[in-house]
Design a protein around this ligand. Structure first.
Ligand SMILES: Cc1ncc(COP(=O)(O)O)c(C=O)c1O
Length: 428
């Protein structure tokens, strides 16, 4: 039989995606990253076809001895690098990790305090998303736009007055560490728990450039495994609280996942090992690059948020692009020259502005992983300036391709020969 047209189409789309986003674009989406070739190699394994409901060594299926081994090893590695006492990797995304935690901590009708939506609360923290699906009411904590952070004094008062079941810190627009200690103390004084969502910054926590929320009093930390932590798409949670851990573990399965997509496990383990050895260098270069890009953009007339605070302590910067036509228009113009960012609400936008907010959000973690440093940030800023000024897009795109072509290999990983006879049986 001839190869059907639709099959050819699937292969062609996949090939085009790989070529475009892997080799031709400057990827600055703050929630994305790339795995190393090593992690990708172990990702493509027989684990992807298997089931292992339950916890290691207590499964509802046979044939899971290697799943048990790799899952236990990965949990141990995560506990070592966070550091934490207990971890669970079965949430298939950060949202699912949040769902399991929120479900344990509150019942329908209960209240949770979250950061302000425009200031970066993730949809899963809100009544529009996971919290709403669980029937838990969200109440936004006051935000201090000048400090680009939760307003500590007002939030403490609010916690004492409202007595929520839990407080959520962590955000999707996340420039500065949230005041964990103060809010954890306030939460604990009214018997509430503090959940800290490190989806964006987990790699920075592991790399020791962002505080470990567990050390500052957070009861449980959730994360994605694919943003600043450059692993396969997935979720995790860590805690030092044994009782809470047991409750959440009983909730992830069977309430939120059945099969937990086992091919994530060896790839997450490889990434955890890479982060154990290279995480500090990688994370500190990320923050240096974010600051360098912000500075270079300001020098070129962009309004980068929080200049008076040094712009950022994370992988992200936020730019107010109202003067250049707004977030939607600028993100589109940049995509047109192969620079990929997303439009983003800024804390002073109205929530209704979500489709055309004032800002764009930029994350440098992926380009840092490909080895870019401060000099390249300067070049990117220049290309962005030329783009918003309406200079010839074809000419700018050519320069983008040229810059990107010099950064195609993932750094901060081990140089293992995947074709050697020892390693090839790993790869299907
Ligand atoms: C703060 C925060 N939490 C949770 C998530 C959800 O993560 P996932 O996409 O892994 O479900 C995101 C996604 O970007 C996020 O920004």
């Amino acid at each position: 039989m001839d190869v059907p047209k639709e099959l050819e189409k699937v292969i062609e789309i996949t090939r085009e995606q790989n070529k475009w986003r892997r080799t031709e674009t400057i990827n600055l989406i703050a929630s994305e990253n790339v795995m190393s070739p090593l992690a990708e190699a172990v990702y493509m394994s027989d684990f992807m076809s298997r089931y292992a409901e339950g916890k290691p060594y207590k499964r509802y299926y046979q044939g899971t001895k290697y799943v048990d081994e790799i899952e236990t090893m990965t949990m141990d590695l995560i506990n070592e690098i966070t550091p934490s006492k207990y971890s669970d990797l079965r949430a298939t995304s950060g949202t699912i990790a949040n769902a399991a935690v929120f479900r344990v901590l509150a019942n329908p009708g209960d209240k949770a305090l979250i950061t302000r939506v425009q200031a970066g609360a993730h949809v899963s923290h809100t009544k529009y998303g996971t919290l709403g699906a669980l029937g838990i009411e969200h109440i936004e904590m006051p935000f201090d736009v000048d400090k680009m952070n939760v307003d500590v004094d007002k939030a403490v008062k609010m916690i004492e007055e409202i007595k929520p079941k839990f407080v959520v810190l962590g955000a999707s627009l996340f420039l500065f560490p949230h005041p964990t200690k103060e809010l954890a103390d306030a939460a604990h004084s009214v018997n509430a728990k503090l959940v800290y969502d490190t989806a964006h910054v987990y790699g920075l926590v592991v790399g020791k450039v962002w505080p470990n929320p567990l050390e500052d009093g957070a009861d449980v930390v959730t994360a994605s495994t694919h943003k600043t932590f450059p692993g396969p798409q997935g979720g995790l949670l860590v805690t030092n609280d044994e009782e809470l851990y047991k409750q959440v573990s009983r909730t992830i399965f069977p309430w939120f996942v059945s099969n937990h997509h086992l091919h994530r496990l060896p790839a997450t383990a490889v990434t955890a090992i890479e982060m154990k050895y290279f995480g500090r260098d990688y994370a500190s270069q990320i923050v240096k690059n974010a600051k360098a890009l912000a500075t270079a953009l300001v020098e070129r007339g962009f309004k980068v948020i929080a200049e008076h605070l040094g712009f950022t302590k994370s992988h992200q910067i936020a730019v107010d692009v109202k003067n250049f036509g707004g977030g939607a228009k600028v993100a589109k113009m940049l995509e047109n020259v192969n620079i990929i960012v997303n439009k983003n609400l800024l804390p002073y936008d109205l929530p209704e502005a979500v489709n055309d907010p004032s800002g764009i959000r930029i994350g440098v973690q992926e380009m840092t992983r490909y080895g870019m440093k401060e000099g390249e940030m300067e070049e990117i800023a220049e290309l962005m300036k030329q783009t918003v000024e309406g200079k010839n897009p074809e000419e700018i795109k050519r320069k983008v391709l040229e810059l990107r072509s010099k950064f195609l290999d993932v750094k901060y990983t081990f140089n293992v020969d995947l074709k050697s006879s020892k390693t090839i049986p790993l790869i299907i």
